[in-house]
Design a protein around this ligand. Structure first.
Ligand code: SF4
Length: 345
């Protein structure tokens, strides 16, 4: 088991539930706009939000935002250690740095001392795209070993100053590479891991890559907190993250929909129906499985495992509960009837 750190009111590692993070795409100087986005993320189920702090004006904005934020905030810092200190003093619940790019050791020590005093953890964010030159020369290109070596060298630097309240990420846009790096690191260390695939592309590609990379690691028991990166609204990142957690069996709340791919036996608009069922139940907090199946060949079988389900017929369908046939209904009445059964659960 990994050791545990605390980010605001969220425990990360040490057996705590895998938490969902996202990153704002507003300007940190835009306090109102940023708070609006944080609230949208919070409502969607985000648990930790990260903001870029590229200059002192942003650090001031960060402090204002932190005062009113319902979520613990992570300050994302590159190059200037003074920004990390300003963010820590301005209410950051965690600082994300790459110790390799914030100057000499004394600057790293200044950040460490400040975080220690404020009891704020640090995330070391190693990235395949910005690996140390020396490591690139040694390994030729970013490899899992190179990412892990980079993470350990940064950890050693923090440990030298007595700082252990750290979590680590080793992201890459290459899914097999990031998976190999996290696996290698997890076999050698108990520092908690922030997992993610970076620069994933558009929403569709990003969802596939994140489901593979993050979902794959979660199924191996690796990962303590996660961020899905999408070139899309950050709220979508949270929705995808929740779905990945659900698919990995790590979040039970909310509806699990199983639906068949349809085939030549399908006699109703099952694709449309499955989408309408998903939409109607997206805010339902009941921990249930709902089956939407095209026909009675596999329908009742799948529906037996489900709390409630539909199996399509010719222009109609039947409702099952735990495999037990309840009633036959015309196609148009299938959705409202299904919802009324769910309501009663
Ligand atoms: Fe085809 Fe029926 Fe299977 Fe759906 S459940 S894929 S309609 S056989």
């Amino acid at each position: 088991m990994t050791r545990q750190i605390t980010v605001g009111n969220v425990k990360v590692g040490g057996g705590a539930p895998v938490s969902i993070q996202s990153m704002l795409n507003t300007k940190t100087t835009d306090v109102e706009g940023s708070l609006r986005q944080i609230k949208a993320l919070y409502t969607a189920g985000c648990e930790i939000a990260r903001l870029a702090v590229p200059d002192m004006d942003a650090a001031k904005g960060f402090a204002e935002i932190a005062k009113a934020s319902p979520l613990p905030l992570v300050a994302d810092i590159h190059f200037d250690y003074r920004l990390a200190i300003a963010a820590a003093e301005g209410g950051a619940a965690k600082i994300r740095i790459n110790p390799g790019n914030i100057g000499g050791e004394e600057r790293v020590k200044a950040v460490v001392d400040c975080c220690k005093e404020k009891h704020i953890p640090i995330r070391i964010g190693v990235n395949g795209g910005s690996l140390d030159k020396k490591l690139l020369e040694k390994y030729g290109h970013p490899t899992a070993e190179a990412l892990v070596e980079s993470a350990f060298s940064h950890l050693e630097l923090l440990e030298k100053y007595g700082f252990y309240d750290t979590c680590v990420s080793m992201k890459s846009s290459n899914v097999p590479l990031m998976m190999a790096a996290y696996r290698l690191f997890a076999s050698r260390s108990d520092y908690p891991l922030h997992i993610g695939v970076t620069e994933t592309g558009t929403e569709y590609m990003g969802t596939v890559k994140s489901a593979m990379g993050i979902g794959g690691l979660l199924c191996m028991g690796i990962g303590d907190t996660m961020r899905v990166s999408l070139t899309a609204d950050p709220v979508r990142e949270v929705e995808v993250a929740k779905t990945i957690l659900k698919a990995a069996g790590l979040r039970k709340s909310g509806v699990n929909i199983v639906s068949c791919p349809t085939c030549g036996r399908t006699r109703i608009d099952l694709i449309g129906l499955a989408n309408r069922v998903e939409e109607a139940l997206k805010d339902c907090k009941k921990n249930i499985t709902v089956a939407v199946m095209g026909c009675i060949v596999n329908g009742p079988g799948e529906a037996r495992e489900a709390d409630v389900g539909i199996a399509g017929g010719d222009g109609c369908g039947v409702i099952f509960m735990k495999g037990e046939l309840k009633e036959k209904v015309p196609y148009d009445a299938l959705l409202p009837t299904l919802l009324s059964y769910i309501e009663a659960l």
